[in-house]
Design a protein around this ligand. Structure first.
Ligand SMILES: [Cu+2]
Length: 128
């Protein structure tokens, strides 16, 4: 009976360890893919800037983000925002729990940007 309880505790402990390991692995993958995407966007920046016209309506929004557990999360969100339609620039800070996004108001909305972050499993809201 006692042995069974001990075994149960061991199982729970190893399960917790496995979850922690899983989180670390996911964060690493997110960080690496974010870096890869960042490098790719940097290469293509020149091509896109030549297309931008003076008529673009660039707006800036601060978005509060809940649920980030490390800077890898921030990098992942940043990379995702940067390749989102209509986004001119995106900076995500894990420390400040927020994203500063400049976007073309004719091509996207702040609500859509919030949705992009929410779809990644975080809780985002527009700061005023
Ligand atoms: Cu993380």
């Amino acid at each position: 009976m006692i042995k069974q309880k001990e075994n149960k505790e061991k199982v729970i402990k190893s399960r917790k360890n496995r979850v922690a390991l899983f989180v670390v692995i996911i964060c690493t993958i997110v960080a690496i893919s974010a870096l890869a995407i960042l490098m790719r966007t940097q290469f293509s920046t020149h091509a896109t800037t030549t297309v931008t016209t003076a008529s673009e309506k660039i707006e800036r929004v601060a978005i509060a983000i809940e649920g980030m557990s490390c800077s890898g999360c921030a990098n992942g969100i940043q990379a995702m925002l940067r390749r989102t339609e209509g986004v001119a620039s995106a900076d995500v800070s894990y420390e400040r729990k927020e994203a500063i996004v400049e976007y073309n108001a004719e091509r996207t909305t702040r609500e859509k940007l919030v949705e992009v972050i929410n779809n990644m499993g975080y809780k985002a809201s527009v700061k005023d």
